[in-house]
Design a protein around this ligand. Structure first.
Ligand code: COA
Length: 881
């Protein structure tokens, strides 16, 4: 069975299977090479010399892959190690008829990915000078490459370092392919409902009748072998029997029948399937196999699959809508696109949206996410003119790193709001390093959303409240809010809530106060909140609101109303609408407390209305945070001098030869950190009291004498740290004391030696660490270090890779930043060195993905321009699974 990552999307939205070659591919590859133009013969010869792989197995020192389209081999690609295993020769051959559709690019991308994973740093390819196509391909891929003439052939060497250029190009390619692949799903001309049922109240009936009644302008066909017609529409026994080309098939038959129904639909031309049936991966291994088979079938036809276990999809189309769900009720058409992983919560979100009058442009229940994921939907909705706001209910991330990149890009154009349920696994694992111990269960999600600029809502209610604001109001230019009310109490509540949500209520300017004083009674308060007192009428509201909208020192207005006798909420709502017409350039929200919600929309003008001042303040706080995110520089990954990847790769290969998971020894740590320009305090590992004395004499007193152990995490607690040791004799005594202390605790086996280091004076103690989350990848930590690390829990996390901006936010996200920036007259520490260190650590985990845990603790940060040095370091490697 092929795994999902075996398939790649092509430029036209089709899908190609990429797999290791097998003995049976010999003839197909030979035919491919025979048809290669003479100019390709260098690479053909090289490829011809590669052995076919034993079934499914990638050879350790090279790979020969093939690309298969509809069962036919259309391309082959290979690499083979040379030069101490860091460089590989590579070649790609694409069948003439398939050139220009991106097959060569996805083949090369896969080779690059496999080669990088195997620790190869460069790919070298030789070709005849006239093979311009291959060079164009390389340029297109976005990797830096050099060319030279060798024996009349062009030798191209690609540096497999995925710089920002490569990622941008790769994302562009995937974006084009993803959008193209979803056309049949979102713009079908003909739809078949397989399992359209005659039984009133059944899911098959609900889907079919929703589709019929949902305003779909295309053709709709029920498929049901047992029925001549369903809801008075002539039915067909199979999709193949329909005399039309079907674009989209909705499958609503029991799980056991889905595979056959899918094949029937795909054979009849469907290029998108929505599988509503349950009974797949969510039920266990058998269901998972069924799901895998279904996915492989869809992929072999180049079709996209929604679900299985999906509630269906809804989309507003040109001149109508497609409602292919069995949801009982849908919100009105609007501008918010929603995706939900859970069907039940999808219904809840739709219901909340409907109750609030929040209109949707699309709704997709991704179900088990066998194929279509929120990443695909983000790609699609980025371009969708009907969608202004994107809402995601997520339970898991397939590819968080890609999500982060796509979300960041899409988020610059359209707000993305998300509720994430469940917990990441980082905190559940046994912690063997400080960083792992500090990584709580939700830090990865939090870091992901923060870095990607995704607005996170805690509840479905908040999700809809914030979406309403994003959908209908502009973002505030800043965080200065004016609150106007007819009752002091709710004004104060609202002011508190604003503050709690990062908003400020500035005093009004003298000019504004003067204008307001002229229109309000004497007992009114002109402070912010502006208490207009109970006598305020609709016209008072309207006049005051106009003044606040015009005030350049105010970024947003919250209008509060609680009904006194004789005054109707609708009168005030109408006054607010009138003051906001034409739509103001700053957000205005309302809150009607203690009365039924009045109508706050007029034509296209919608003023979000909330039941509580806290909700209004929270939504506005989220909008201000998004505006700040949009204003912040995007950041980049700067080039870092003095990095030697080759040394690191060799060191890692040697260490992993010991076992699949291993803690590095002191010398290995020094080599690895040194190769990445990370300063580590020198020291000597000794194994006896006499050696400790000698090392102390060499280093010069005072010294620190510390236990070296990959199993004892809290060395101080185990009596493993002696500081300010003032003489060689004392160093020998410290050695003995450590040995005795471990023996007393029964930990003698954990004593791998003792490190003798010169004492360094001064500096702020920090921690820099890495922990690999099984789902989110490496998380980089920064915070207060030393023995206090876990006591103060003053640590923040960001997902790798770090940009310069993310590194600096990471530093400023913890309290120890105040010490670094110079607290109470103390000199500022070398923050630039900390930032450089964080970027280097991020680069290290990029190049050495085998790092699963890394602790630099403490890192001593000295005063400005004097650098930061790691005093203690622990690194654990594991072979990638
Ligand atoms: N092609 C077309 N129609 C077929 C068919 C086939 N191969 N096999 C059966 N049918 C028809 C049947 O004739 C029947 O029509 P009828 O009701 O008019 O007699 C109809 O399909 C339904 O078949 P049935 O066997 O009665 O299935 P069901 O209605 O009991 O259940 C599902 C079908 C898909 C609803 C059910 O299997 C299921 O998965 N339910 C859970 C769905 C769910 O919760 N999804 C996730 C939402 S978040």
């Amino acid at each position: 069975m092929r795994s999902a990552t075996d398939f790649a999307l092509l430029r036209d939205g089709g899908q190609v299977l990429l797999r290791g070659s097998e003995p049976a591919d010999g003839d197909a590859i030979a035919r491919l090479l025979a048809s290669a133009s003479p100019a390709d013969h260098v690479s053909s010869a090289l490829m011809g010399s590669m052995p076919l792989e034993p079934a499914g197995e990638g050879a350790a020192d090279g790979r020969l892959l093939v690309a298969e389209l509809h069962g036919v081999v259309v391309a082959a690609g290979m690499y083979r190690r040379v030069d101490e295993a860091l460089t590989a020769e590579a070649a790609v051959a694409v069948a003439e008829a398939q050139r220009g559709n991106g097959v060569g690019t996805v083949m090369l991308e896969r080779l690059v990915q496999d080669a990088r994973r195997a620790g190869i740093l460069r790919l070298r390819s030789r070709m005849q000078p006239q093979t311009a196509g291959v060079q164009a391909l390389l340029g297109d891929l976005g990797f830096p490459y050099t060319q030279s003439l060798v024996h009349g052939a062009v030798e191209v060497e690609i540096d497999l370092d995925p710089g920002p250029e490569y990622l941008v190009r790769a994302d562009e390619r995937r974006h084009v392919a993803a959008v193209a692949s979803l056309q049949s799903l979102f713009h079908p001309r003909a739809v078949a409902v397989v399992g359209a049922s005659r039984r009133a109240g059944s899911i098959g009936e609900a889907v079919f009748s929703n589709l019929l009644q949902g305003g779909f302008a295309g053709r709709i066909y029920p498929v049901n072998p047992a029925a001549p017609s369903v809801l008075d529409v002539a039915a067909y026994p199979s999709v193949g029997a329909i005399p039309d080309t079907i674009d989209l098939a909705l499958l609503v038959v029991p799980a056991a029948k889905v595979f056959d129904a899918a094949r029937d639909s795909l054979q009849a031309g469907a290029r998108a399937l929505v599988v509503i049936s349950a009974g797949f991966a969510e039920t266990g291994d058998e269901g998972r196999h069924l799901q895998d088979a279904l996915l492989a079938l869809c992929r072999s036809y180049g079709a996209r699959l929604v679900g299985p276990n999906s509630l269906g999809i809804f989309a507003v189309l040109d001149g109508g809508a497609i409602n292919a769900t069995f949801a009982p009720m849908l919100p009105p058409p609007g501008v918010v696109a929603m995706s939900s992983q859970s069907g039940a919560l999808g219904v809840a979100i739709l219901e909340h949206a409907r109750a609030r009058g929040l209109g949707v442009s699309a709704f997709v229940s991704v179900g088990n996410k066998a194929d279509l994921s929120s990443n695909d939907l983000l790609e699609y909705w980025e371009e969708d003119p009907a969608t202004r706001v994107i809402v995601l209910y997520l339970e898991s991330f397939g590819n968080p790193r890609r999500f982060a990149r796509i979300a960041r890009r899409v988020g610059l154009r359209k707000p993305i709001l998300a509720v994430k349920s469940g917990r990441s696994a980082a905190g559940r694992r046994a912690a063997a390093s400080h960083t792992a111990a500090l990584a709580g269960s939700d830090v990865a999600v939090e870091a992901l959303f923060r870095q990607a600029g995704v607005t996170r809502a805690d509840t479905l209610q908040e999700l809809c409240e914030v979406a309403t604001l994003f959908a209908y109001q502009p973002l505030p230019a800043g965080s200065r809010v004016a609150v106007m009310t007819n009752a002091g109490g709710i004004g104060i509540l609202c002011a508190d809530a604003c503050e709690a949500n990062g908003l400020e209520l500035p005093s009004l300017s003298t000019a504004t106060r003067a204008v307001l004083a002229a229109m309000l009674p004497r007992e009114a308060s002109l402070n912010n909140p502006i208490d207009m007192v109970g006598s305020a009428t609709g016209s008072t509201y309207s006049a005051v609101l106009r003044v606040l909208i015009a005030d350049p020192d105010i970024d947003a207005v919250i209008v509060l109303f609680t009904p006194p006798r004789m005054r109707s909420a609708q009168e005030v709502a109408d006054a607010v609408l009138e003051a906001c017409d034409p739509a103001p350039h700053k957000p205005v929200v309302t809150c009607f407390v203690g009365c039924p919600m009045p109508e706050t929309r007029h034509g296209s003008l919608v003023i979000p209305s909330y039941a509580f001042p806290e909700s209004a303040a929270r939504a506005l706080g989220q909008a201000a945070a998004r505006a700040a995110w949009l204003r912040a520089p995007a950041g980049s990954i700067p080039p870092l001098p003095e990095i030697d990847r080759s040394i690191a790769r060799r060191c890692v290969a040697a260490a992993l030869a010991r076992g699949d998971r291993t803690w590095l020894g002191a010398e290995e740590i020094e080599t690895l950190l040194h190769a990445y320009g990370v300063a580590l305090l020198a020291g000597q590992v000794v194994h006896s009291a006499a050696e400790a004395a000698a090392a102390c004499a060499r280093a010069g007193e005072p010294v620190a004498v510390k236990l070296v152990s990959s199993t004892v995490l809290h060395k101080s607690d185990a009596g493993g740290v002696h500081l300010n040791v003032a003489s060689p004799t004392a160093a020998a005594a410290a050695y003995d004391a450590i040995a005795a202390s471990l023996a007393e605790r029964g930990l003698s086996q954990g004593m791998e030696g003792v490190l003798v280091q010169p004492m360094v004076a001064g500096g702020v103690e920090c921690l820099v660490g890495v922990v690999r989350d099984p789902i989110f990848g490496p998380l980089i930590a920064f915070g207060a270090g030393g023995v206090n690390a876990e006591v103060f829990n003053d640590v923040a996390f960001r997902l790798h890779p770090l940009t310069d901006v993310a590194a600096s936010e990471l530093i400023d996200g913890v309290k120890v930043a105040r010490l670094l920036r110079g607290y109470r007259g103390a000199p500022a520490a070398d923050v630039a060195a900390v930032q450089d260190l964080l970027l280097r650590v991020s680069r290290l985990v990029e190049d050495v993905p085998e790092i699963v845990e890394l602790d630099l603790n403490p890192v001593l940060v000295r005063t400005e321009r004097r650098g930061a040095v790691a005093v203690d370091a622990r690194i654990c490697l594991a072979r990638e699974g």
